[in-house]
Design a protein around this ligand. Structure first.
Ligand SMILES: C[S@@+](CC[C@H](N)C(=O)[O-])C[C@H]1O[C@@H](n2cnc3c(N)ncnc32)[C@H](O)[C@@H]1O
Length: 209
């Protein structure tokens, strides 16, 4: 899924994010596993292969690995990858941590994962790349795979500056409908305080499965 470098907005480049990691200005980082995903993962009885896009410091990735799931955590910012590796080593956890652009994952994975997990990566990429992102998710999920996402910020206009870029839920689910069907959609009651009512939890399955 090749994107011409000259067309990229600033936040499409790893340097943009690396600067935030280096300066410690990581306003998105909640500093612990996401409560909404904690509740979801508790309901999963079998070991899953889970790919986390734009995994950041890896709170959810580490938590899922601790629960026995096979986790692939992807981020193109060097510090994010370093932080995840250090945290995984400290806790003796095995994860597949990939330092790469998510848009190149289709070169490595086809029909692979049970779950692709999304939190604040969809709002971080260039909104013009959203259809490419969705096609990529479809490509790397196995035929019965699911997209599990906490879509944020649903209260922000897409015309406003980002990241985070606004996520209109109807427009977004319409984009996903090319490959996916909604099986769960809710405004979670256990969002962290500053995101309450501003995010939507979705589970989508591949069409025809
Ligand atoms: C807003 S942060 C969210 C991090 C994490 N999901 C969280 O909720 O804490 C967005 C992350 O996505 C990563 N990212 C953005 N675009 C990416 C891309 N095209 N490929 C890989 N990582 C990307 C950034 O480096 C950053 O770590």
């Amino acid at each position: 899924m090749c994107i011409n470098d000259t067309q990229l907005i600033e936040s499409s480049k790893p340097e943009y994010w690396e600067k935030s990691y280096k300066s410690g200005e990581m306003g998105w980082d909640i500093g612990e596993p996401t409560p909404v995903f904690n509740r979801w993962i508790q309901t999963q009885k079998e070991s899953l292969s889970i790919c986390i896009l734009g995994a950041g410091n890896g709170w959810d990735a580490l938590h899922f690995a601790e629960k026995g799931h096979k986790v692939t955590a992807v981020d193109f910012a060097e510090s994010a990858v370093l932080n995840m590796n250090v945290a995984a080593a400290k806790r003796g956890l095995k994860l597949n941590i990939l330092h790469m652009d998510i848009f190149n994952l289709d070169e490595i994975f086809t029909n692979t994962f049970d779950i692709v997990l999304e939190y604040t990566c969809f709002c971080a990429i260039d909104p013009d790349q959203r259809d490419v992102y969705i096609s990529l998710v479809n490509h790397i999920l196995n035929p019965s795979g699911k997209f599990v996402g906490l879509l944020f910020p649903t209260d922000k206009n897409l015309d406003s500056d980002g990241p985070p870029f606004g996520v209109d839920i109807d427009t977004t689910l319409n984009l996903f409908s090319k490959y996916f069907t909604v099986i769960e959609k809710e405004i979670p009651s256990n969002s962290i305080e500053r995101r309450k009512g501003r995010e939507i939890f979705v589970i989508l399955k591949k069409n025809g499965n």
